[in-house]
Design a protein around this ligand. Sequence first.
Ligand code: AMP
Length: 481
Amino acid sequence: MSYFSELGLAEPILRALEAKGYTDPSPIQRKAIPALLEGRDLLGIAQTGTGKTAAFALPSLHRLAHDPKPRNNAGCRMLVLSPTRELAAQIADNMRGYAKFLNLSVQCVFGGVPVGKQARALERGTDILVATPGRLLDLIDQRALTLRHVEIFVLDEADQMMDLGFIVPLKRVAALLPKSRQSLFFSATMPQAIAELGKQFINNPVKVEVAPQATTAERVEQYATFINQAEKQALLTIKLREGLAPDAGDNAEHGAIDRALVFTRTKHGADRVVRHLTAAGIPAAAIHGNKSQGQRTAALGGFRQGTVRVLVATDIAARGIDVSGVSHVYNFEIPNVPEQYVHRIGRTARAGADGIAISYVAPDEKPYIRDIERLTRIKLDALALPEDFQKQAARLPAPSRKAPAQPQGSSKPRGQQARGGQRSDERRHDRPHGERPRHDAPHGERRGEHGSEDGGQRKRRFRSRAPKTVGAHKSAVRRAG
Ligand code: AMP
């Protein structure tokens, strides 16, 4: 008997959890499941890694299975909206696992792959649909999908949805949902603008908050190296080579690298880093919106399996990705939205493990680091360049000028993207260093609206972001004064 049975979940769900090896509910599951089983709406402040998928999936599956209904053509009973394709696929996978002893179907739709097959798969309807907003609306516009039968609606990663400019699509979805339904609204942060968005979906919700972002950040050893932009690549190559070497456990400054995630701000930046690493004999793959869905899946698969131990990613492509064993996160460029930093370093130190995050800070990025330290209330430890850095850097090979070597094959040429294949989030970041707009909208038409909302949010976020608890800090992590 597990603690899950005490929460009142049906036997086939308990069996699936047993098969997955879950024994105890995570804090968010413990708090959310009883209220959700009663049919209450929920406002959850939690980020990926807290077990929030099971927190919304398990009680929803229980309720759907408890009240079996025939499938409606092109309809679904539960709709989960996720901001990115990878997260949507991950949620659908998890839900299939939890539903494996139930007679409930799970389908997943997202952009970047042909819409026709997805439309055909929805003809007879599905019980659970996990979707990204753009493709969801495409399918609705093609009359391949109706939201008329939705009983449970989950909006995941609301703050990220907003950052991506999905506000208008979300309002459209809100108008298409039946009035009588159960709604769950999750966000890693809850500034005023997100709370306002939430009001459109949820009604008298129970509020559940776990592991505020700043607390999560405290489990990660965090360092900053102040360095010129032009020297970052050499430093990264040197440090990765050191950490990936067989004797790294004894010799590398920050221990052996199991898996490293490197964040760049632009797609081209990610390709460039991969090109340099490959030239230096370090196998690496990039994941970003210019890659086809197949390439992205393959890159992530190789990283999960450990065949490629360095994944270079743009923020959005990496959001929500649940890969265990990410020991090091390198911020090759510093995000100008401080919350993004917390999401990045949250890729390591998952499920209670510790991790190391190292930020390479160019002179013009210093203000971003100040914002980050204010948000997390953690001061990054300064890390000096290696003594013989210039000498080591001079010995590194020059990269080939060809397309980046990808273990999964080359990326599609620009301009051949399937509609929706190139992602707005990354499109907007593809500009020279120092010219970063903080936000943008996918189709360009929502900029004014979104920009002004965020401008207001940013100040408010600082005021409301004091960490609730102060965990045991690593020696390297000091509280900012
Ligand atoms: P999520 O926040 O939903 O992305 O979940 C993070 C990770 O924790 C996923 O790999 C889940 O499979 C795992 N997980 C979720 N709930 C539990 C639990 N109660 N016990 C152990 N692992 C869990």
